[in-house]
Design a binder for this molecule. Sequence first.
Ligand code: CTP
Length: 396
Amino acid sequence: MEKIIILGITGGIAAYKAAGLARLFIRNKYPVQAVMTPAATRFITPLTLQTLTGRRVLIDVFDGERPDKVAHIDLAARAEALVVAPATGNTLGKFAAGIADNFLTTLFMALQCPVVLVPAMNERMYDSAAVQESLRLLRSRGYHLMEPGAGELACGIAGRGRMPEPDAIYTFVRHKIGKKDFSGIPVLVTAGPTREPLDPARFLSNASTGLMGYSLARAFAERGAKVILISGPVSLPPPLGVKLVPVVTAAEMYRAVLEYYPGCRVVVKTAAVADFRPSMAAPEKIKKEQAGLTLSLAPNRDILKKLGEEKGDRLLIGFAAETGQLVEKAKRKLAQKNLDLIVANDLTVPGAGFASPTNQVTLIDAAGRVEELPLMEKEALAHRLLDRIRERLTRG
Ligand code: CTP
């Protein structure tokens, strides 16, 4: 039986954002069934949601698609999760009180899957005793509540009550419904580039954006791991539920990694650590009169190599960025650094490597097994890597 995400939409101005949320689920291969309250249809048309989801929108309890089935019971059995965004004070009150007077509130009563509620309303309404009491009750019954953001509200005043953006809701839901096969396992991920200062205004760095490492950290967190993400400077927001340790230089990353290493079971080093730093960072900005400047560089310590020397029973996974002779060079790195698995990518392949939303990698393990994966989104790749890591944890 195909499992679907039910997107509940209630009558608030933020209902227009539900279209973006529906698209996000669909784009990520989750089938979506939209359920709207009658009031929601005043803010966004069912036709919009029907077109995006490819399914007739359910509004009335008595308008099930098939006469041989009780629509809300049938749908409840197929639901992977219910996400109500926006959830008005009115609907939250009905959920809490057990009132079933439209399709959404009736369905809610029949559900056994995870439920994510995303309240959005005017700040005063949100703070009212009735709404707060409903939220308290719903939380105590195990429903997941996503805190509204602060910002400008539709009524013109600034305050709490704003519905978070579709991206944030999608991530929150994934976090709540994913399989938890890394539950409680302490994991360390490094990500991004490092910066090696040359003078107060300049540094040596590389093209890493951190996307691969952040996708891995997010995937681990979604699957229940306790994640420490040690990251060089990037412009990505930290994934939900991850402890972020920001660093700048390779030396700082070295210290941070060694500090957290003892408590970790799995370490994945995606960071593109600078192999060299300027021997001396000039205390003042270097002037261009010094034409023909020659930089003197000193080597940085290899963090992963150090971890390999003190591996114990940890699983150690490294990355290898190469330009040609991929498998041969990656195998050498795997041996030199005492790794369990190395993820090798050829920077010359289109769509692979730095600053790309996709990657095409080859996995090589300590036994010499080589697995070439197809080109895929880094987020999908992250989950694929986790599957492989999980198999090793079970074996080890
Ligand atoms: N790495 C590290 N510390 C360094 C350099 C690299 O921990 N000072 C890690 C990276 O995080 C990656 C792996 O080692 O997981 C391989 O990095 P890569 O840059 O591909 O290789 P290097 O070991 O630096 O070797 P080379 O630059 O000669 O290819």
